[in-house]
Structures are given as C-alpha cells and as structure tokens.
Design a protein around this ligand. Structure first.
Ligand SMILES: [Zn+2]
Length: 390
C-alpha cells in the first residue's frame, strides 16, 4: 500500500524541503489504478470546474521573510463518480436531485449522499467521510479513499479481502487514569477516568465469557507513564506486545458550551492518510504522513461501524456519528482500533446515567455485541473473501 503513494509523498516532501509554493489547483483525477481490475475506474471531474474549497484553500503559511506567493498545492485525491461507486458497492443508484443528492440501495442497504457534505446516511446512521462529495457536470464524485476505506468496508466487507485469523485477542484501553482524570463534571463530582475503567472491566468479563482473550491497558487508577505522550504510546505498545487483533479505547465525552444540548454516542476510527481529521475541515500537508494506524483503514472502518450500530441499537441514545480523528492511541496501534465516546459527562442527564452501574453494564454489553458482529463478519471473510490485504 505504501508504494502506491510514492508520487504524492515525493511531492509533499519536495514542497516541504524546497518551499515551492505553487498556485492552488482544483482537485483532479490522477492516473488509473496501478492494478487493473482491482479497483473501479477513476473518473475525472471536468477540468473547467471551480476549485473545491476544502482542497484549494492554503493551510500552510509561507516561511517568515519570504516574499513569495503563499498558496500551496496539495496532492490531488482521486475521485470516483457515484455511478461507478454504486456499481462497486453493488447498489442501485437513484437521483433525488440530479447531480446533487443520490440514494443507493439494495434489499439490506440504504445509503444517502449529498453534494458538498462529508456526512452520509447509512441505514439511518450518521457516517462521516474524509472529504465532501463533489458535484460536477450532473454527477457526484466521492474520493477513492472514502469509497475503498470507508464505504466498501461498511457496505461490502467481503470486498476488503480475507483475514489471516479469527480475532481472539483484544486490548481494552480505559481512557485516562491517575492524575489525568479525563473529563470532569464538577457539579456532580464525576471523573471520566472512573467510568472508563469500570466500563472496561465490565466489558472484559463479557468478552471473556464469549471466548476472547482480553488484556486491559490499566486495571486500576493510574497513568501508565509520567508524561501524557509516553502514557498514550505505552497503551499502543501493549497491543503490539500481546499481538492484539483488536484495540478498543473507552472514553466519555464533554463540551464546554451547549451542555444541555450536546449528548449522545460517537465512535472514532483513525483518519486515513491524505484526509483531514473531522475536527479540521482544511487539508494540511502533514495529512500525507503514513502512520501505523493507517495499515488497517478498512478494518478500522468496519470495526467502528459494527460498534456504532450495536450501541445505537441497544442504547437508543443520540447518534453523534461514525467519525475519524488522529488520536495518538489510534495512530500508534498496529491492529484494527476504535475509540468510543460513551456519552457526554457535560450533559447533566447523561452524566447521571453514566454514573449508574446499570448504564455502564448496558454500554459494555453493546460494545461487546458490536465486537461479536465484527468477529462474525470477519469469520465470513475467511471463507468467502478474495485474496487481498487491507
Ligand atoms: Zn477521554
């Protein structure tokens, strides 16, 4: 997978080292895939169309003292038109608004997509892509990265490829600990670190009863290393040491504003290479950096969506979406990984719920169900999947 992006990496390195700030260019399709037959044909949006804001806007300032143009050229993503994407996904395409809004369906799937949006609706659940869909010439275009590493794993996991072994070893990571209390609800005197540990311990018991070998990154109230960066690195190292098949980091959320309005569940996968994390709409040159977590982009998506689906089905809480970020634990871990936000501690009614053992037990059961779904999907892939690596 690394070698397919050599040209893009070379371009980025050239930009960083040489400081050539070129005029911003609109996104355009690159050459066809290097392995004929392995991927859908890449369509090229018309060259006369205006630039996509998220791609063309300069995000890296010029070095101080230079009097050059301050625009920056990013590696061009490959775009696939929605007609081709629908074929790849085995779904029927219907236009709600020609060139702007489309519905892709089969008996079990309903996928709604819209121009200029990163959020799509998959069977009533919120899924956030890496880049907004691009409307051009009566068609809609999705990036090849979003198609192959997000939509294909969610809709047609059999196309990802065969897996080496049945997932059996799981590392559960209770977020924070020791001096790092995580999110705090001062009014109720609640600390996130307490609930991440308790939920993880409950999850461990459930999973062991279902035949998983479970390792916790911490089993008491402590930080793993004195510095936060080392602590996070250590959590990922544990997964590597025990050769984990899955890594699940458990957290609870908080916001500072609109505390009574913001509530619900979120799951995070690691952001694919070349895409901006969801908290930053703008692309940056360092998005091109390849991290260990990118080795499992497709599996990360399948894992996160399996857990999102199970949590929403069981807990009936607000769906804040299937998202992606470059969180350190997700970046450093080399097996499929997910970070779960099991509700908002800043929201009084959710905080009170999180503080009850009954809620945390239901949350743990929901996560366990998502992991069972993920495992059974992978078991089917072992039998039916075509040879490929994620
Ligand atoms: Zn946290």
């Amino acid at each position: 997978m690394k070698f397919r992006h050599v040209r893009q990496v070379a371009l980025v390195v050239g930009l960083l080292l040489g400081g050539h700030y070129l005029a911003a260019q609109e996104p355009r399709g690159r050459s066809a895939p290097t392995r004929p037959g392995s991927s859908p044909r890449v369509e090229v949006p018309p060259p006369t169309s205006p630039a996509n804001k998220s791609v063309a806007a300069p995000a890296v300032p010029a070095p101080a003292g230079r009097k050059q143009a301050t625009t920056t050229r990013f590696p061009d993503p490959e775009w696939v038109n929605i007609t081709t994407a629908a074929r790849r996904l085995g779904l029927k395409l219907d236009w709600k608004v020609r060139g702007r809004e489309a519905i892709l369906t089969d008996k079990a799937t309903r996928l709604e997509v819209a121009a200029d949006r990163i959020e799509v609706d998959l069977n009533g659940q919120r899924v956030f892509l890496g880049q907004a869909l691009l409307p051009r010439g009566g068609e809609l275009f999705v990036t090849k990265i979003d198609l192959e590493r997000c939509l294909v794993p969610l809709v047609r996991p059999a196309l990802i490829g065969r897996v080496k072994r049945r997932p059996q070893v799981i590392v559960i990571d209770p977020g924070h600990g020791g001096p790092d209390k995580g999110m705090i609800n001062e009014r109720l005197n609640l600390f996130e670190k307490t609930f991440t540990l308790d939920t993880s311990q409950r999850l461990k018991k459930i999973l062991e009863a279902r035949g998983w070998k479970v390792v916790l990154t911490r089993d008491d109230d402590r930080q793993l290393k004195p510095s936060k960066a080392d602590d996070l690195r250590r959590r990922a190292e544990i997964a590597d040491e025990v050769e984990a098949d899955v890594f699940v980091s458990v957290h609870f959320n908080a916001v500072e504003e609109q505390v009574e309005k913001v509530r619900g569940l979120e799951v995070f996968r690691f952001t694919p290479q070349y895409q901006p994390p969801i908290s930053r709409a703008m692309r940056r040159l360092d998005d091109a950096q390849l991290s260990p977590g990118n080795g499992n982009d497709a599996w990360n998506s399948l894992l996160a969506h399996s857990i999102q689906n199970a949590m929403l089905t069981r807990l009936k809480l607000e769906d804040r979406g299937f998202k992606h970020e470059r969180f350190a634990v997700l970046r450093l871990v080399s097996c499929p990984a997910v970070l779960i936000e099991g509700g908002f501690m800043s929201n009084m009614s959710e905080a009170k719920q999180i503080a009850t053992p009954a809620y945390r037990q239901r949350l743990a059961e929901a996560i366990a169900d998502g992991l069972s779904d993920y495992r059974s999907t992978l078991e089917k892939l072992r039998v039916t999947g075509k040879a490929a690596t994620p």
